[in-house]
Every structure is written in structure tokens, then in C-alpha cells.
Design a protein around this ligand. Structure first.
Ligand SMILES: *[C@@H]1O[C@H](CO)[C@@H](O)[C@H](O)[C@H]1NC(C)=O
Length: 134
């Protein structure tokens, strides 16, 4: 009686682990200021459930956070970014659908004067992803 209940729980845990290897992973997003010449940036990131607050990130510093993706695969964090004349540039910092392969352990971003680079975790290369609006 006792033994079979324990066995059932073990079986359940095993199934959860086997079916859900990607979804149970912890992820990390980091966004680094590479604007140079002492330029600050402001960053406000949020998901449907979490507001990470308005951040002031100095040149050379980064802002990052940890999270777990939800089981239905709809996890999405977006940020509003500002520096000099760019007041509020919205971009998606993590989207499960876009990024579960591209950034397997999390997404890394570099904010530069040209635009925003994202690290492709599959190739190890920085890709130019977002242009600033003209
Ligand atoms: C950047 O931010 C810091 C404090 O958050 C401030 O002291 C500094 O003056 C800012 N630099 C510029 C260039 O605005």
C-alpha cells in the first residue's frame, strides 16, 4: 500500500522530468549598456506577471534577472529602453516561442549606438537584431 503510493509518485516525477526538460529550465536574461562615452540608459522590463521596475543602467553595466518559463510556453518579457533622443524603444527580451532554441539558457543583449545585438546561444555569435528608429 505505502510502497505502491511511493512508486506512483516516483513514476509521476519521472514522467514530468522526461516530458518537460526544456520547460522546467531556469533562464537568465542580461542586458548590457555598451553605448560608451558615459551614456546612461533607462530600462523598464516586464512580463504579464512581473514588473522589474524602472532601471538606470550606467555605461558598461548590465541589468539581468532569472526566471522559469511557464509550462504552456507563453513566457514573454518585453522592455522599454531609453537613451538620449530614443525615449522609449520597446523590444522583446525573451519570448519562449522565439528564444527557446536561440538562447537555450537565456538571452544576452548588448545595447549599442547602432542598435541592439543579441547573442545566439546556438552559434555563439552576436547578431544585430534591432535597429533604432530613424
Ligand atoms: C548617469 O547616471 C548617474 C547616476 O545614476 C548620474 O550621476 C550621471 O550624471 C548620469 N550620466 C549622464 C551622462 O547623464
Amino acid at each position: 500500500m505505502y510502497g505502491s503510493a511511493r512508486f506512483a509518485i516516483l513514476l509521476l516525477l519521472l514522467l514530468l522530468c522526461l516530458c518537460n526538460p526544456v520547460l522546467s529550465d531556469k533562464k537568465h536574461v542580461s542586458i548590457k549598456n555598451r553605448l560608451r562615452f558615459g551614456r546612461n540608459m533607462t530600462l523598464h522590463c516586464q512580463s504579464k506577471d512581473d514588473d522589474l521596475g524602472e532601471q538606470n543602467v550606467a555605461d558598461g553595466d548590465e541589468f539581468g534577472w532569472d526566471f522559469s518559463v511557464n509550462v504552456v510556453g507563453t513566457t514573454l518579457f518585453y522592455c522599454d529602453l531609453g537613451w538620449e533622443s530614443i525615449e522609449q524603444y520597446p523590444f522583446v527580451a525573451y519570448s519562449f516561442q522565439r528564444d527557446f532554441v536561440r538562447c537555450n539558457t537565456g538571452c544576452a543583449w548588448l545595447i549599442s549606438v547602432e542598435g541592439i545585438y543579441g547573442l545566439n546561444g546556438q552559434t555563439g555569435l552576436w547578431e544585430f537584431i534591432y535597429h533604432w528608429p530613424n
